[in-house]
Design a protein. Structure first.
Length: 108
């Protein structure tokens, strides 16, 4: 199964979560290694969407809110370092859009 179209990433997921240090399950340090920061957050958003577009879904899970999709992807960050991540998306019951939930490094 391929990820459906209509992917949405809320700007706040990038600017208030992914690129800001979190004491638990931090992603900002990993993304910083590839050159992402708050000054170029739009590039991260674009890169995630481009990398996931048309990708194969590796896991589908039903939740109380809808369907959760796991997608593995990789791309090169602004400093040409390879980024390997697993992204989590959710399509709420009855919704047309598929929204970004989180990402974490793919440790292969």
């Amino acid at each position: 199964m391929r990820i459906p179209s209509g992917l949405v990433i809320q700007d706040q997921k990038i600017t208030n979560y992914l690129l800001v240090y979190q004491p638990k399950d931090d992603k900002s340090e990993y993304l910083a290694l590839a050159g992402y920061n708050l000054e170029n957050w739009e590039i991260l958003k674009r890169d995630i969407l481009n990398a996931v577009d048309g990708s194969e879904v590796t896991e589908v899970t039903s939740t109380d809110w809808g369907t959760r999709l796991k997608v593995k992807s990789q791309w090169y960050g602004p400093n040409s370092r390879l980024v390997r991540v697993i992204t989590i998306w959710q399509q709420d019951e009855g919704a047309d859009i598929v929204k970004f939930i989180t990402l974490y490094p793919d440790k292969l």
